[in-house]
Design a binder for this molecule. Structure first.
Ligand code: SAM
Length: 314
């Protein structure tokens, strides 16, 4: 607990000292943030979850074969597992005697809930969850058993390409020859489709973005007046990157006790909270460069909105 608070404080202090000020999207996910994200996944505008779920539902045996076909006994890791709903299609397909499911998530709430659901719905599946930042959880991945790693939901798109490539190099270094990795990515598409996914008409994504300020108030003694900020997403079609910001609606000063910080926000100033990168073949190639990961299969939903790419360590 103190570990995560220490990291939260350190990252917040560093991010708010930057220009533009920044808060990492990983801090979105407390209990309230998890609940809001579950609502986001059901929004008509948020096509990502439905598209990836279609892949997991309609192509389950091909996915299972590509990921684990050559394994006898193995670990199934999942990075940033969230509520794990899409993964359940795979859990249903795999032989429970052969594997241990090891979801990793920074949200202790999400991890504990997921353990409960899996134990209830799949009583024969052994589940061994890990609460933690996936950069720090890499250590847990160093095991002698063969492993398949899931990195779904276009979570990788929260990292800019250099960091994504660096992360995949480090991830690959924990893998042994023959281990597999599934990366789920949202594909590049027109602004008219992407932007509403981050700016839904019911305002759930706005509440999700603003919740990070409420979390800072709750956990770190902040005094953000949440009504003085507004959700401001942008999609740059050329870069294929959606950016989420919180825009200050007035000149204001915010205090955060736990980091002894005072922060001035001017009217219109944008606090950067999240990037969601969209991919094509070239972008996937860039983030997997020099990783010793060979592309084995790609799975698409029927409308080609989303891709699950399976790699094998050389
Ligand atoms: C966008 S949700 C996606 C959940 C799930 N993978 C899916 O596809 O539905 C992101 C999940 O990753 C977790 N997460 C975000 N950043 C993380 C990090 N740096 N380390 C570990 N978990 C992280 C969040 O807590 C959240 O549950």
């Amino acid at each position: 607990m103190s570990d995560y608070l220490g990291l939260f404080k350190q990252e917040l202090k560093e991010g708010l000292a930057e220009d533009p000020k920044r808060i990492s999207s990983k801090w979105f996910y407390d209990k309230r943030g998890d609940e809001l994200f579950v609502q986001i996944m059901q929004l008509p505008e948020y096509y990502l979850t439905r598209a990836e779920e279609e892949i997991f539902k309609e192509q389950t045996s091909q996915l299972a074969d590509s990921l684990t076909g050559s394994f006898e006994a193995f670990d199934l890791f999942e990075l940033g597992a969230g509520d794990g709903q899409k993964t359940f299609h795979l859990l249903r397909e795999l032989d429970p005697k052969k594997f241990i499911y090891r979801p990793i998530d920074i949200s202790s709430n999400a991890v504990h809930k997921l353990k409960g659901t899996v134990s209830f719905e799949f009583p024969n599946v052994q589940v061994d969850p890990i609460v933690g930042e996936y950069f720090h959880a890499l250590e847990h991945l160093k095991s002698d058993r063969p492993k398949a790693i899931l990195f779904m939901g276009s979570n990788i798109g929260n990292l800019l390409d250099d960091r994504a490539n660096d992360f995949l190099k480090r991830l690959s270094a924990t893998m042994q020859s023959g281990d597999t990795l599934l990366i789920g990515v949202d594909l590049k598409k027109p602004k008219e489709i992407v932007l509403p996914a981050y700016n839904d008409s019911a305002g759930v994504t706005a509440a999700f973005n603003l919740n990070v300020l409420e979390r800072i108030n709750r956990e770190l003694g902040g005094d953000f007046v949440v009504q003085n900020f507004e959700h401001a997403p942008v999609y740059n079609e050329e870069d294929g990157i959606a950016y989420s910001y919180l825009r200050s609606t007035k000149d204001q000063r915010v205090t955060i006790e736990a980091i002894n910080g005072y922060y001035e926000f001017s009217k219109g100033e944008k606090l950067f909270t999240e990037i969601s990168r969209k991919y094509d073949d070239a972008a996937l190639e860039v983030i997997t460069r020099d990783t010793s990961l060979d592309l084995m299969n790609r799975f698409f939903d029927e409308a080609h909105l989303f891709c699950d790419a399976v790699y094998r360590k050389r």
